[in-house]
Design a protein around this ligand. Structure first.
Ligand code: ADP
Length: 662
């Protein structure tokens, strides 16, 4: 069975034909031949037995009367027959009485002188003859036995003839079987093998456009048709997959180009260049402004030689809102436009004049798609794609792809516009901040100098200590307000510096405890006025590598907040070494901070209190965190509303590798 499975179809066909046709037929022929030979022999025996019987009847008298001459004559008559080799007559004792042999008798054929007389007629077979013994009986008296030796040559000849015909029939059969097998091979195996070969070639070259010949009406034809149908399906799917991959690739590369830069003229020129690589022969992007003026912002042609024509078109033909150009139509309607076949008549209906038509024709325009660029429901531009290939035409699928591309372009353009606006806003704000800060600082410095001079020039009022004190107090108040103003301006300047990355730290060896003491001293008046006491827990100096003035700013911000939001209550300040770092804790018993405000208050301009109750810009904690981060440290707050707030600052003490900047 395994051997049969391993055989080729040709081998199987041959085996089947041999087993099913040749073998039974050969066996049949052999059997028929055998039967025929047997019948011939039977016939030979019967005929010659009859002859022997008849001759025996004649010979009974010759034996009875011992008439040898007559007997020999009878026997001679018998030997005239072709097949009879010799004839012999024996007496009742088996003694040879008379005989006659053919002259041509072979020397081996000797006539026995004595036989054992058989009781019944008897036949003995030898290789080349048959001996027939027939008792000679007359009136129930046994007189002797007659023997006829019959040659089987005729039988042998017939057997030979049969053998030949059987062999010829077998050969013919084999020839037929082999021929039939080859014919079957031609009609079954070869087409199957050629199908297999085709499948191999297809797999190797991945070329699914080839087809099997399927002109036959049989099962092989059906198989070839099924094979071809499968190939068509694979080809179709492969085409679809390639198309999908091409579209994906195009969309991905366009998206990549759009995301690469916020400089939209550059981006759009990259996008049109990408589009003419795989989707269009030339491509134009138009934008429309508030006054409905159309601006051609990007154009590209796949053929570098035609770039010049496109430029000419781009520069000479200025589309207007009312013009019949596809882009203008799309801008007006907001609907995509497909011109599948740009005939002369179609081209004429969409141009601005003879020159325009000439340029369009020089570009070889065959098919056109125009789609709107829409953002937030507003049409702000159009993407026009044209194909100049002699056989390629745009269809609805291409319109869908163009719309997707336009959608992505619109998003990117909108993002670029928002980014530009944001950048412009930031620029204006920064400019305002630095100008305002500078403008404010100049009069503040003058105010500060003036109040100091006033303090020095204050005239002594004789006996009127009260007047003098009031004068000094007023000047002091002016000085304090001036200081506050100066702090606010300083904060604004710091924010501007942080935004511009221009706030540079100048680290040196600083004792944090000393910094804290100095700031607390500076706050003595305010603390007194607010009814707050500061309980400072700092036993030893705590030296670190910090920018002392920025550190002062940190402590000032935290202390002024504790004073502002915890007026009338004591403030606990702790300075301690912690895990090799320095830790500053400012704990007040004021209004506290809600959970959701805890992180927000560190952001720029963020506040958790109303301006009516507490003044401020919402910049102190922002600047504080920026300074601490620049030192490599952290700041956090823990608080409960109405239960005070604890600000914890942790600063590494060692020098940082690079001078940090904000
Ligand atoms: P400003 O104090 O000028 O508003 P800050 O940046 O210093 O700005 O603080 C931001 C906000 O954090 C404050 O408006 C206030 O709501 C909250 N805050 C700061 N410190 C405290 C404090 N010690 N207790 C309660 N709230 C505070």
């Amino acid at each position: 069975m395994t051997i049969l499975r391993a055989l080729s179809i040709r081998g199987k066909l041959l085996a089947i034909l041999f087993v099913g046709v040749a073998m039974p037929m050969s066996t049949g022929l052999a059997w028929i031949t055998l039967q025929e030979v047997r019948a011939l022999r039977r016939e030979l025996v019967t005929t010659n037995s009859l002859l022997a019987y008849v001759a025996g009847q004649y010979s009974a008298a010759e034996l009875a009367f011992d008439n040898k001459e007559e007997s020999e004559e009878t026997l001679r008559a018998l030997t005239r027959l072709d097949q009879v080799v010799f004839a012999a007559l024996y007496d009742s004792q088996g003694q040879l009485f008379s005989s006659y042999r053919k002259p041509s008798l072979a020397p081996g054929d000797t006539i026995p002188g004595q036989i054992a007389p058989p009781l019944e007629p008897n036949v003995e077979d030898a290789a080349d003859h048959i001996d027939i013994y027939q008792p000679v009986v007359y009136n129930d008296v046994r007189y002797g036995t007659i023997q006829l030796r019959v040659s089987t040559d005729s039988l042998q000849d017939r057997i030979k003839a049969y053998r030949w015909s059987v062999s010829l029939a077998a050969l013919g059969l084999i020839a037929f079987v082999v021929g039939f097998a080859f014919a079957l091979e031609l009609t079954i195996t070869r087409p199957l093998l050629s199908l297999a070969e085709l499948a191999r070639r297809i797999t190797k070259r991945e070329d699914y456009s080839v087809r099997a010949t399927a002109s036959r009406g049989d099962e092989i034809g059906t198989l070839s048709e099924a094979f071809n149908a499968m190939l068509s399906e694979i080809e179709k799917r492969q085409h679809e997959a390639r198309e999908a991959a091409r579209i994906q690739h195009l969309l991905a590369s366009v998206s990549g180009a759009l995301a690469e830069s916020l400089d939209y003229p550059l981006t759009l020129s990259r996008v049109v260049r990408l589009l003419v690589q795989s989707f269009a022969d030339f491509c134009v992007i138009d934008l429309v402004d508030e006054e409905r003026r159309i601006h051609r912002v990007a154009a590209a042609h796949a053929d570098p030689e035609k770039e010049g024509v496109l430029r000419e078109l781009y520069e000479c033909i200025k589309p207007t809102w009312d013009s019949p150009l596809p882009a203008a139509q799309v801008l007006r309607s907001g609907e995509p436009l497909l011109l599948p076949e740009v005939t002369d008549a179609v081209a004429q209906a969409h141009v601005l004049g003879a020159e325009h038509l000439r340029l369009i024709q020089r570009l070889g325009t065959r098919s056109v798609i125009a789609v709107p660029l829409v953002s937030h429901g507003k049409i702000f531009g159009a993407l026009t794609l044209a194909c100049a290939h002699p056989t390629r035409r745009y269809g609805p699928e291409d319109v869908n792809l163009a719309q997707e591309l336009a959608r992505r372009c619109a998003i990117a353009l909108e993002n670029a516009r928002l980014y530009r606006e944001a950048q412009e806003g930031i620029r204006i704000r920064e400019e305002f901040l630095s100008v305002a800060a500078h403008e404010l600082r100049t009069p503040l410095t003058a105010l500060h100098l003036t109040t100091q001079r006033l303090q020095r020039l204050a005239p002594p009022v004789p006996g009127g200590g009260g007047e003098a004190n009031r004068f000094t107090a007023l000047i002091h108040a002016v000085e304090q307000q001036g200081k506050r103003l100066a702090n606010l301006v300083g904060s604004l300047l710091d924010v501007a510096r942080i935004d511009a990355g221009k706030l540079v730290l100048e680290p040196e060896e600083v004792d944090l405890v000393e910094v804290v003491r100095k700031v607390v001293d500076q706050f003595s008046d305010e603390l007194l006025k607010a009814g707050c006491t500061v309980r400072l827990a700092a036993e030893h100096p705590l030296i670190g590598w910090w920018d002392s003035s920025r550190l002062e700013q940190v402590v000032t911000n935290l202390l002024s907040n504790a004073l502002k939001y915890g007026a009338g209550k004591p403030i606990d300040v702790t300075v301690e070494a912690f895990n090799g770092a320095a830790r500053l804790i400012v704990h007040d018993h004021g209004i506290g901070i809600t959970e959701e405000d805890k992180e927000r208050i560190f952001a720029r301009f963020e506040r958790a209190v109303s301006v009516r109750h507490y003044g401020g810009l919402g910049l102190g904690l922002y600047i504080t965190r920026q300074i601490i981060s620049a030192h490599g440290g952290t700041i956090r707050v823990s608080s409960q509303p109405a239960a005070g707030a604890t600000f914890t600052v942790e600063l590494p003490r060692g020098p940082r590798e690079q001078a940090p900047s904000l």
